[in-house]
Design a protein around this ligand. Structure first.
Ligand code: NAP
Length: 311
């Protein structure tokens, strides 16, 4: 007969790994399932400035998450890499069906996170990886001494633009309004950075080039005016980075768990509307998506899963 875990955690970002740490410490038989690399979004975040205690010299998203992974393993959380294709969450035993096998558990914590929203311009798909990117940490070094454009005006866009300015010759933030949404402290850093420029009230409507991205068409949303921006002839290409928010990784749970605009609804104890099923981290409908809130959700969800099992 297939093994029945006390708890399966789906997703190994800060929420899932923290749930693994707490469940492991409580001696639950816990399995963490992850389809890719650990860390979720922080695996592609260069600088984590605001996670309490994360002031270690050279701390990055990947280094923080590597310690979380070690900690979960230390407390006995088991790991499996698999892509889950369907789930059956009703009843006492939950079933998760993946490419490599079927996993059974008495409780489940959904911590599948969110993924970056596309910029939404014409030809976007054609140039992803050929000039268009959603990860500064992964791709900044390709643009050493080149020109780079960043779409968005939130914390991610401005922080990543600052990071990109360590590599690129010039970084221009293209924002659809004339004011940034980013926290004031981040804005101050950006306005003081000489390599950073701003194109206000503008959106990118088209990407172009032969093989690599060398042209974008930008529309002024107030006047409707279209402007073509070409790469410097000597460069022959430039970078376009999108940081305009995230979409939740929740398609698997549609119609199975209560959701709000694609995010899973929970109570303050991370319970979903299905008994024994909890959600934690960016996948939840909530107002602040941060590493610290994801970790807190994971701790609560694992503790509540343990209480559910005791009952
Ligand atoms: P966000 O705060 O939702 O900002 C998205 C930005 O993209 C906004 O400026 C928005 O413009 C713009 N935008 C949205 N859709 C667009 C479209 N279709 N075309 C053009 N622009 C568009 O997203 P985020 O910056 O990724 O941050 C997500 C969460 O993570 C936030 O809670 C943020 O505070 C947090 N975060 C924190 C840190 C940190 O504290 N170190 C770092 C990264 C992220 P409008 O302003 O006009 O809406």
């Amino acid at each position: 007969m297939d093994k029945i875990y006390d708890l399966i955690v789906l997703g190994a970002g800060p929420a899932g790994l923290t749930a693994g740490i707490y469940a492991g410490r409580s001696r639950l038989d816990v399995l963490i399932l992850e389809k890719g690399q650990d860390g979720g979004q922080i695996a592609i975040t260069e600088e984590i400035e605001n996670y309490p205690g994360a002031m270690v010299e050279g701390e990055s998203g990947p280094s923080l998450v590597a310690r979380m992974t070690k900690q979960a393993e230390k407390f006995g959380a088991q790991r499996q890499s698999d892509v889950i294709k369907s789930v059956e969450l009703e009843g006492d035993i939950k079933k998760l069906i993946g490419n490599k096998g079927t996993y059974l558990a008495k409780t489940v914590i959904i911590a599948t996170g969110a993924f970056p929203k596309p910029i939404g311009c014409e030809n976007e798909g054609k140039f992803v990886g050929k000039g268009i990117s959603f990860c500064a940490t992964c791709d900044a070094n390709f643009f050493e001494d080149f020109e780079v454009f960043v779409v968005g005006g939130g914390d991610s866009a401005v922080e990543e633009a600052i990071y990109l300015s360590k590599f690129a010759r010039k970084v221009t933030i293209i924002h659809r309004r004339d004011q940034l949404r980013a926290a004031k402290s981040i804005q101050e850093k950006a306005f003081a950075n000489e390599k950073l420029h701003f194109l206000w009230d503008s959106v990118v409507v088209r990407a172009d080039g032969e093989e690599l991205l060398d042209t974008i068409v930008v529309k002024n949303v107030k006047t409707g005016e279209l402007t073509e921006i070409h790469a410097d002839e000597e460069d022959g290409l430039f970078g376009l980075f999108g940081f305009i928010g995230y979409n939740p990784n929740s398609a698997l749970f549609e119609g199975k768990v209560e959701m709000e605009r694609g995010y899973i609804v929970t109570d303050v104890d991370m319970r979903t509307n299905i008994p024994g099923v909890f959600a934690a981290g960016d996948i939840r409908a909530k107002s602040l998506r941060q590493v610290v809130t994801a970790a807190a959700d994971g701790a609560i969800a694992a503790t509540m899963a343990e209480r559910y099992l005791e009952q």
